[in-house]
Design a protein around this ligand. Sequence first.
Ligand SMILES: [Zn+2]
Length: 238
Amino acid sequence: MSMLSNILNGIGSLIFAEECIICHEPIASSLHGVCTKCRYQIPTTQYWLYEENPVTEHFDGLVPIYRASSFIFYSTHSPWRNAIHNFKYHNAWRIAYNMARWYGRELKSSGLYDDVDIVVPIPLHYKKLLKRSYNQSTYIAEGIARELGIDYNSHLLYRRRNNPPQARNKASQRWQNVEELFAVRNAKRLQGKHILIVDDVLTTGATICSCVEAILRVAPDCRVSVATLAVTRSIERD
Ligand SMILES: [Zn+2]
C-alpha cells in the first residue's frame, strides 16, 4: 500500500470513526450515531406535539398523568427496535443519550414540556445496576434534561424489589409484579414540582404507573408527565 493511500485511509478512519446504528454504514462522529438517510426515515410518532394523544389516552383511568408522549414506534423487525433493545447491553449508553437529546429537542420545541422541573429515570434495582453497570434510562433522562435546560435526578426513586424482566411476563402478570415496586427517597424535593418520568419503551405502562403512584403517594400536589423513547404500535392494556 502506498504512503498516500495509507494517509488517506488514516484520514478516513478519523472522519468516519463510527458506524450508523441503523444501517451500519460508516459515518462521521459529528452525526452522533445515525446517518442522514436514516434520520429522515426514523418512525417518529409526533405525539409530543399534542396534549392528547394515544399515550395520554392509554394512561386515562390508570394514574393521573399531566403530559405523555413517545418519540418513535417500536415495531417488530424495525432496526430502530434493535437499536433501542441494545441500549441495555454492549455499553450502548451513548446511543441512548444521543437519541434522548434528539427527543429532548423535539419536546422543547413543542412547548408542552416547558414547565417541567426535574427529569427522573425509572430506576433499576441496585443488584441489576451492579450487574449491568449502567441504567439506560438514566442516560435518556440526562439527554432529555440537557435539551430542556433542567436537572435530572436518578436517586429520588428506588426499586424495592429485584423483579425478573417484565418482557418475559404476560401483560396481566406485569401489573401484579409492579405493585408498590418503587419508593421515594426524598419526598420534600418533589413537593409541588412538575416531574417528567422517562423510560426506554412503553409497552403496558405498568412500571411507569407504579412509579407515578409512588410519587403521588408522598407528593400528591405534584404533576407527573411521561416521556419514553419508544412505544409499541398497539399499547397493551391488560
Ligand atoms: Zn444509517
